[in-house]
Write a protein that binds this ligand. Structure first.
Ligand code: PEP
Ligand code: CO
Length: 491
């Protein structure tokens, strides 16, 4: 099969040969990188393999246990961040605003779902982008496509692939996560402090009332918990925030893969620890060590690189981290089940998150087929909706955008479809930023196509700004809340 694109007919033989962090090299690969100087790449890779892990096996298992809870309906997953993270975003203000936004959205979602929320940032490593064409035209000039800061730079004179960027990616990732950890432990997420919800932009009086009521209800619950001293475990002082990125650049991912000892008690989630129950999945416990991707807690396979017999799936099948797979209009249901069998042969609950992204116009036709196929296969996955990537459009002047209404429509349809089929939506996956950009239209800020030029800053796909992202959380929470009697939320 090496070097060719083969169809799903050969898939029954996939995933049975011995796995190593570099076994993907013998498979055909999508989105390959033609480095001009292999010795230069080798030097960068050698450096990466000597550097310490960015995340630990313990943290990876903590997330894995939390995602098991999500798969079983005991928690909800919020994942969000930039489409293309730049090395330049490694700055205090940009990181702070993203942490605060994810925290506020998660509070709203806790209120809505009445479940704990697991937070994963698309941050501290989201530096590689798949592209549909090797070249692009910017301001009338055709040049090699921007493939993310880990490979080349956005400015026209930095489009050449530079292997030193692999090492720069490591240091930007480590510096970002170092600051996130420092801020969390210094109280940036301390819920004893009042949060600034800033709803002044909501012009519609009905919406303003609805959102204000939600904020009051959240603030009231927090006050109540403080008053009764419910914060015995310090849960109000800080929160967990995990990191993630698309595992696209396998040279980097393989170099960051380490054989580590499994942590003790790795099969027990927080919920299990409280209830005294222990996971009964058929996890292979014969080897005290495993292969961990230590560059992020969670990695996902993109829509363009998920062919069951190709390199990316081969790499992903061997790592201990919880993983995601993007699922879209071009995913045949049979491929989906084969993929799950390859990357998760023991059917471990919540090991795989299926990130569905069909677009508002196709979700009703496609999602039910995928839900039924997975149900029949016996895999228990996290179903997460990415309402961004199927809803990209161009304005008449050629600007790439997404409308808030389409994003919410795909999300609310996904919630309804899951519940009508006896399944449930476990999470959302969003492209967002804590800055006041103008990249997506609509929402209470009322952005129109002609406003997009005001602060259009993305280097890849359009992101929700802070107000739009928070509003989406309000709407999702309202949708979830509308489906059940009111109960006291768990912070
Ligand atoms: C992305 O998440 O930025 C992305 C490229 O998505 P997809 O693989 O679903 O197209
Ligand atoms: Co994107």
């Amino acid at each position: 099969m090496t070097g060719t694109d083969s169809g799903s007919a050969s898939v029954q033989h996939v995933g049975t040969d011995a796995w190593t962090p570099s076994s993907w090299r013998s498979k055909p690969i999508k989105q390959p990188v033609d480095y001009e100087n292999p010795a230069h790449v080798q030097k960068a890779v050698a450096k990466l393999t000597r550097l310490p892990p960015i995340v630990t096996a313990n943290e990876i298992w903590k997330l894995r246990a939390s995602l098991r809870d999500v798969a079983l309906g005991k928690a909800f997953l919020l994942q969000g961040g930039d489409c293309a993270e730049l090395f330049d975003y490694c700055q205090a203000d940009a990181i702070d605003s993203k942490i605060k936004l994810l925290l506020q959205m998660s509070l709203v979602l806790i209120w809505g779902a009445n479940k704990p929320v697991v937070r994963i940032a698309r941050m501290a490593g989201q530096y590689a982008k798949p592209r549909s064409s090797p070249t692009e035209t910017v301001d009338g000039k055709t040049m090699p496509s921007f493939r993310g800061d880990i490979l080349n730079g956005y400015p026209a004179d930095e489009r050449e692939i530079d292997p030193d960027r692999l090492v720069q990616a490591y240091f930007h990732s480590a510096a970002t996560l170092n600051y996130v950890r420092a801020q969390l432990s210094s109280g940036i997420a301390d819920l004893h402090r009042p949060l600034d919800w800033n709803l002044g932009h909501v012009r519609d009086p009905d919406l303003q009332t609805r959102y204000t009521k939600i904020v009051e209800s959240i603030s009231e619950s927090l006050r109540f918990m403080r008053t009764v001293g419910a914060d015995t475990a310090g849960q109000l002082q800080t929160v967990d925030l995990f990191t993630s990125h698309e595992g696209l650049l396998l040279e980097y991912e393989a170099a960051m893969t380490r054989q580590l000892r499994h942590p003790p008690n790795r099969f027990t989630s927080d919920a299990d620890a409280h209830s005294g129950s222990v996971q009964e999945d058929a996890i292979d416990d014969s080897d005290p060590t495993g292969s961990y991707n230590t560059s992020a807690h969670f990695l996902w396979i993109g829509d363009r690189t998920r062919q069951p017999d190709h390199a990316h799936v081969e790499y992903f099948r061997g790592i201990e981290n919880p993983i995601g797979i993007k699922v879209g209009p071009t995913t045949p249901a049979e491929d989906l089940v084969q993929l799950l069998d390859v990357v998760n042969p023991n059917k471990e609950i919540g090991k795989v998150t299926l990130i569905t992204r069909y677009g508002e116009g196709r979700v009703e036709e496609l999602l039910p087929v995928h839900i039924e196929a997975v149900k029949k296969s016996g895999h228990i996955v996290v179903w997460q909706c990415d309402p961004m990537h199927g809803n990209t459009r161009s304005t008449t002047s050629g600007i790439k955008t997404r409308s808030f209404a389409s994003i919410f429509k795909e999300l609310s349809l996904s919630l309804s479809i899951h519940s009508s089929l006896g399944s449930f939506l476990g999470g959302v996956h969003l492209e967002l930023t804590g800055d006041a950009v103008t990249e997506c239209t609509g929402g209470s800020v009322g952005l129109l196509d002609e406003d997009l030029g005001l602060r259009y800053e993305t280097f890849c796909d359009p992101r929700l700004n802070e107000k739009q992202a928070l509003e989406l959380a309000f709407l999702v929470a309202g949708h979830q809340r509308g489906k059940r009697p009111s109960v006291i939320a768990q912070m």
